[in-house]
Write a protein of this length. Sequence first.
Length: 620
Amino acid sequence: MQDFGLDIWGDDNYIIKDGKLSLNYAKNISLLKIIQTIRERGYKGPLLLRFPHLIKKQISTLFDAFHTSINEFGYTGSFHAVFPLKVNQFPNFVHSLMEVAAPYGYGLEAGSKAELIIAMSETPLGAPITVNGFKDKEMIALCFIAAKMGHNITVTIEGLGELETIIDVNTEFNKESALCIAPKIGVRIRMHSVGIGIWAKSGGYSSKFGLTSTELLKAFDLMLQNDLIGQLSMIHFHIGSQMGEIAPLKKALREAGNIYADLKKRGAYALSAINIGGGLAVEYAQHHQAQERNYSIKEFANDVVFLMQDVAKNKGVEEPDIFTESGRYIAASHSVMIAPVLELFSQEYQQESLRSKEINPPLIQELFDLLGTINRNNAREYLHDALDHRESLLTLFDLGYIDLEDRSNTEILVDLIIKKAIMLLKDEDTDELKRLQNRIQEKYLVNFSSFVSLPDFWGLGQNFPIMPIDRLDTKPTRPASLWDITCDSDGEIAFNPKLPLHLHEIDITKEEYFLAFFLTGAYQEVLGMQHNLFTHPTEVVVSFDEEGEMQLDDLIEAQNLMDVLDDIDYDTGKINKSIKFKIEDSPLIDEREKRSLLGKLYLYLSENCYLKTIQATEEY
């Protein structure tokens, strides 16, 4: 049975049952069954599945870990968490998130005006809202309105100018109301401590956000002078997303804890919380040698609680409430993108494709002989001979001594010999064999756009777990590279000998083969672009009732061609008229054919951009 590193990244969310990948939940329905059910309803192209139960699992795991640590250490502060909307703002996710998070008092974090409106609308009164990022007067006024609505909202200031704007807005609201309710104020500190990896620049003195020590003291004085010190409730810091190691966080916690204690002693009597930002890492690796996270959620919670308690005790101040803004950890695992393979580009290298002549050139005849007699004992020697013959034959073709059929036979025979040699020598883990896998890798054309669905792959080199959803009781033997359907050479997940992906050899004309891309719920949808004007996949929320029966809700179909054009501000009405006029005005088309073409045009314009196979067309 092939598990594709499921024990590393899967977190017990899936099991392999009867050769199929199934949910480790409810009645263990297979992903293949879910996909078939949706496709039977006529939805084509790639599908994005959302699983609310996995959102709930992540939230409960996070809260349980901190509550356990708080109880074990006798910590007197409390734990709170908000979800940063920048990670995933899509309504099907946010609605599911807030529904399953209700028992935990879970809130939202906003970094823009639009996100703030979502937070004001979706967050239950009493649950926390935090507002980060750069803010103008209008955005700060919205925070005051949220406070008036009864929201537990904290505005995190990123610079002294924002605090001055808060003071101005507070004055204006006091004039308009006998009872001015201001939002709480947080201060983001520019840390000396830095993280590691791609997002390490979120910390350190050169980071984009936060107040220096000098600015922090000025902000404190400004709040005292303007009677706002009672609103100062939170210290906030963030040292980077996807923290693979725990050590940088521990250093940052001590730094932030000491700043908290210092401000408390200066008279910040309402200061009661430290927001440690996000950064809790997700394990994306499919191979043990490539694992990204070196700590558990239990260790993460224990370190935060212990260090906050230790600093507070040493400084003689009350232990702060702990806030987190871990978005990737909450959202990544909840969605899976599944797409069918459309074509295998190297399947022409089959024995039946050979065009043997009555008299073959001597080197090609030798290749035929090598293929027919290769075995375990001579595999390495024959492999080297075949590679030498290929170079010689290609040179002969360039010089005009052999023809195109000979060249084709050369390519096929050498490919078949390499495959046989690798199979015969599979127990030998040599660099040469690893290099040869690059030469015989299969190119799988997959019906999706990496620019839409996996932007972090091509933009940041982020690997995502990939595996087929069935045939898992059969060993995959083909080194695989994946091509998306965009007209762009960057739309490829190349075969990596150090982190190899092997898939099954299949006949795509006779059977379907689906690949699943996991941990795509954080950032991928939001950052995805309409490169080549491919739209988002059709998405559906997959939930289960009390009896464990599957329910498919909130289905959003991929946009059709005209909707995509409308999104980038084309006048679709004008496009429609232009194409119809050109058909109707064409002297090359008779009246009966015009009606037929216009009917086909209407049908095609109502479809989405993803490709359809002959097999898929027959199904629909």
